[in-house]
Each structure stands twice: as C-alpha cells, then as structure tokens.
Ligand binder design. Structure first.
Ligand code: HXC
Length: 257
C-alpha cells in the first residue's frame, strides 16, 4: 500500500499525499512513497504537476511528530536530509508544480508547498512552522525557502513565533497566489495546470530553469545565463509552429506539434 497516489489526466499529473487518518503527516514511509512517485513521473507526457492532500482537512499537517519524538542527532539529521532531498527533487522537476493546499499545511506541510512553483489554497487552509514550539527547527527546507518566498522579516516572525496563519493572511504575505472555496480548489488547480500545459512545453521548462537557477546567481551572471534559456527554445518545433501560426494569423494548438 502506498501513502502517495498518482493520477495522470492528459498532460497533468496529480500527486496526492494519502495518510488521511494522521492528516497526511510525513513519516519516513510517506517520504519514500513520495520520492518513488516523483521519480516515476513521465517527463515526456507531463507538462504540469499538482500536489495535494487526501481529504478535506489537511494538505499535510507536518512531519510525523510521533516518529520524530525519539530521534537522536544522527537519526534527526538523516530524516531532515531525506525530506530535503525529496523536496529538492520536486523543486527540480522540469515542469511546473502547483501545490493545491486543502487545509493544514504545517511544518513539513508548509515546507512541501514551498518546494512547489506555485501555491493556491482553499479557504480552510492554515499555514505555519510550529517547530520552535516543538523543540526543533524547520528541517525540510523551511528556514531556507520561506524567507526566499515571503521575505526575511515575515519568515522570521512565522518561524520564531510558531504562530499559524490562515489562508487570507497567507495570501496577503504572498505565500499563496490565490484562495478559493475548498470545493473549487482542485478545479482551479486543474484550470491553471491546463493553462500551463497549453503553452509550448520546451519554453515553459526553460522559463522554470531560468527563474530557479537565476535566483541563485548574482544579476550579472543571471543576465548572461538567460540568453542560454532563450537560445534553447530557438529552432525548436515549438517555436517554429507557434511563431509561424502567429505570422500566418491562425490559432496555434501547442498540443499538436
Ligand atoms: C503525527 C499527526 C500530526 C503530525 C496530526 N496528527 N498532525 N500525527 N504528526 N504532525 C494526527 C493526530 O495525532 C491525530 O491522530 C490525527 O492526526 C487527527 O489530528 P487531531 O489533532 O485529532 O485533529 P485536530 O484536533 O483537528 O487538530 C489538527 C491539528 C493538530 C491542529 C493540525 O493535529 C496539530 O497540531 N498537529 C500537529 C501539527 C504540527 O505541529 N506540525 C508540525 C510538525 S513538525 P489520532 O491517532 O489521535 O487520531 C514538522 C517538522 C518538519 O513538521 C521538519 C522535519 C525534519
């Protein structure tokens, strides 16, 4: 039995963390299942991925507190490194990843959402990094990605106070791009995913690479790196078909290359 389900709908892959009784909390088995699903994504036929949680209450309520409660330093380091590796794999998927946050996104759940390119939330979503209250630090990327996403001051406040924020505040601080009623969340995620999948796939991937790698560079290096991403699109069938369609004043269907 796997704690992580995968479904392919045309060009969109949907990953569901499915340990509902424990609010989808991440223990080593869930992380292993998630990694296996991510590794198995067919990059040729998947143009966008959605990550969500099973049920109506939680995206992921964090790393499994019971599993962590007896960890010493070596086990803790390995657990943190394992989660970081899996989340980095998600971040480095060539296609965009949307987190559809359907409830609690606490600790490791907030961190999982941060490894995705775009976050959209249901109106019942609650975000937080409660670790400082549990005697640990965020250890699945939260100390790194939260500050990069919402700015240092807000990230430090969330992490030091360990106070949760609701969906509307998450929207206000830029942690999520949009908030929808819970029953519309997956439809909205799917609409966004299909919109992304409807653009030229090579171009979308080069955009992701340019943004993510560029963020790690100084602006001079980044500005000389960007032309490489542009060049990688030039001469492709994608570019030829899309631009020829424009020049010939006809509609281009990027699904037919
Ligand atoms: C293990 C968890 C869990 C978690 C919920 N559950 N969160 N089990 N680890 N993180 C389990 C509960 O024990 C319970 O199991 C069931 O899910 C339902 O949860 P309840 O607490 O009964 O629900 P509710 O009263 O509605 O409260 C929901 C909640 C609360 C506010 C989300 O569950 C909660 O505070 N959970 C912990 C959130 C948290 O602190 N997360 C961060 C963890 S640290 P039973 O068997 O009793 O029904 C972290 C570190 C990441 O994530 C980095 C690691 C390196």
């Amino acid at each position: 039995m796997s704690y992580v389900k995968y479904e392919q709908k045309d060009f969109v892959g949907i990953i569901t963390i499915d340990r509902e009784k424990s609010l989808n909390a991440l223990n080593p088995e869930v992380l292993a299942d998630l990694e296996a699903v991510v590794d198995a994504i067919d990059a040729d036929k998947t143009r966008c991925v959605i990550v969500t949680g099973a049920g109506k209450k939680a995206f992921v309520a964090g790393a499994d507190i019971g599993a962590m409660s007896t960890m010493g330093p070596a086990e803790g380091r390995a657990f943190s490194a394992n989660g970081n590796d899996v989340f980095r794999k998600i971040e480095k998927l060539p296609m965009p990843v949307i987190a559809a946050i359907n409830g609690y996104a606490l600790g490791g759940g907030c961190e999982l959402s941060l490894s995705c390119d775009i976050r959209i939330a249901a109106d019942n979503a609650v975000f937080g990094q409660p670790e400082a209250g549990l005697g640990i630090t965020p250890g699945f990327g939260g100390t790194q990605r939260l500050a990069r996403t919402i700015g240092v001051g807000k990230a430090k406040e969330m992490i030091y106070t360990a106070r949760n924020i609701k969906a509307d505040d998450a929207y206000r601080v830029g942690l999520v791009n949009a908030v929808y009623p819970l029953d519309q969340l997956m439809d909205e995620a799917m609409k966004m995913a299909q919109r992304i999948a409807g653009n030229a796939p090579i171009a979308v991937r080069q955009c992701k690479k340019a943004i993510n790698m560029g963020l790690q560079m100084d602006i001079d290096t980044a500005a000389s790196f960007e032309p490489e991403m542009f060049a990688a699109c030039c001469g492709t069938q994608d570019q030829h078909n899309a631009m020829t369609a424009f020049c010939e004043k006809r509609k281009h269907d990027p699904f037919i290359n």
